[in-house]
Design a protein around this ligand. Structure first.
Ligand code: GTR
Length: 398
């Protein structure tokens, strides 16, 4: 190419590519630029029926909302398989031998002659009388699951044991690799390969949700754990997966996504911080293919994340944010809880309310069924978060 042609080519290239790169990389952090929120009504059915009773909710509206999320956002989570086995292995040293029993469990699931094995790590209190309530964390840190059994400040095993809980965790990588090329080299490719060709098929976050369900199967099987008092926790990307897992599997008594942001707790239609286009571009393997149609078009989504809260009800749900984690849109997370939790009072007759404006919130909102806190600091899961979770959970289980 001669120089003027090269110049013209690169000018054209930059004109085409700069706006699209900017659209991907610039996040709005200005509240005055947030569009007027027009949100779908959780209490009106597709046919326009006003939903007011538990019966109509369970038989009409909840299945509609679940279907909307399957089709447009996360993809289906398959529930069929032929067999599941639990095998205890001994690979790691127990970091808390004085207070806890460590069980490393290989969960092997088979379907159509194929198998997939995921690893669940479980700590049971040595003192106290079981069966114990359990905090289950979907983990994804560090990147290599064999590197470390417990992330000290992230999965606060010791403190949870001290408060009388069992706690368990699996690493997402052992179910579906968090990688846009290799994501199918886990349960999706091994057991459910037909999903790869489906626009509403299971992808990584759905697969992590599938993993949480298999962990729950283990709790049902393990007599020292009380599966009726099981709490599902996930941070950030794993918080998105925890929400979707619990929407699909009503065996979880309490669901706690921490700083789960876009595609998690935060309202997508606010377009504040991370957007649908940004998340689908950086992590095309997280959500189903249909979700990509809403890149830059959040206003066309036939749902928003407050409806995830309504899918969890009447089971308990808690959101948490961090002040400096604007990428995850703390206000959008709170609004989603505030609006979505209306299902508790309007359908289930439970006194749940979030009357306070986000800007004037002081301290955690702790009440039966639904709660929220925002702590100072950055995007992370810390003991400060966990300690509020324990306080919230104690309100539910007492
Ligand atoms: C970010 C991503 C967020 C959130 C976060 C995390 O890069 O944009 O949606 O999931 O990672 O998982 O820590």
């Amino acid at each position: 190419m001669n120089r003027p042609a090269l110049f013209l080519f690169s000018l054209l290239f930059s004109l085409i590519s700069i706006p699209s790169i900017m659209a991907q990389n610039t996040a709005n952090y200005d509240e005055s630029k947030v569009p007027d929120l027009i949100l779908p009504d959780p209490f009106v059915s597709f046919k326009g029926k006003s939903i007011q009773t538990i019966q109509d909710w369970e038989s009409i509206r909840r299945p509609e909302i679940l279907q909307l999320f399957k089709e447009n956002v996360y993809g289906k989570i398959p529930t069929d398989f032929d067999a599941i086995t639990f095998k205890e292995v001994t690979e790691s040293q127990n970091p808390y031998p004085d207070k806890a029993i460590l069980k490393e469990v290989d969960i092997t699931v088979s379907r159509n002659g194929n198998t997939h094995t995921m690893r669940l790590n479980v700590f049971l209190p040595k003192s106290g009388k079981g069966p114990f309530p359990v905090f289950m964390l979907i983990d994804y840190k560090p990147k290599d699951p064999s590197e470390k059994l417990v992330e000290d400040d992230f999965w606060t095993v010791s403190e949870l044991i001290d408060r009388g809980y069992a706690t368990a965790s699996f690493h997402g990588e052992t179910v579906s690799p968090d990688d846009k090329i290799r994501f199918s080299e886990g349960v999706i490719g091994n057991l459910y390969p037909e999903h790869l060709a489906q626009a509403d098929g299971m992808r990584t976050l759905g697969a992590w949700g599938w993993g949480a369900m298999r962990a729950m199967d283990y709790f049902v099987h393990e007599s020292s754990i009380d599966e009726k008092r099981a709490v599902l926790v996930g941070h950030s990307r794993a918080g998105k997966a925890a929400l979707w897992a619990s929407a699909n599997d009503t065996r979880w008594a309490v669901t706690i996504p921490n700083e789960s942001g876009c595609g998690g707790a935060a309202l997508s239609k606010r377009k504040f911080g991370e957007t649908v286009q940004v998340i689908n571009t950086s992590f095309p393997h997280w959500f189903n293919d249909n979700f990509k149609a809403f890149n830059g078009k959040e206003e066309l989504l036939p749902l928003d994340q407050h409806m995830m809260v309504s899918l969890i009800a009447p089971r308990a749900i808690y959101f948490s944010s961090a002040r400096e984690d604007r990428w995850a849109d703390p206000k959008g997370e709170y609004l989603s809880m505030q609006l979505g939790s209306r299902v508790f009072s309007e359908i289930f007759g439970k006194a749940v309310s979030f009357p306070t404006a986000f800007e004037s919130l002081k301290g955690p909102v702790l009440q039966p069924f639904a709660g929220y806190h925002i702590r100072e600091g950055e995007h992370n899961l810390t003991w400060e978060d966990w300690s509020h979770y324990v306080d919230f959970v104690e309100l539910q289980f007492k």
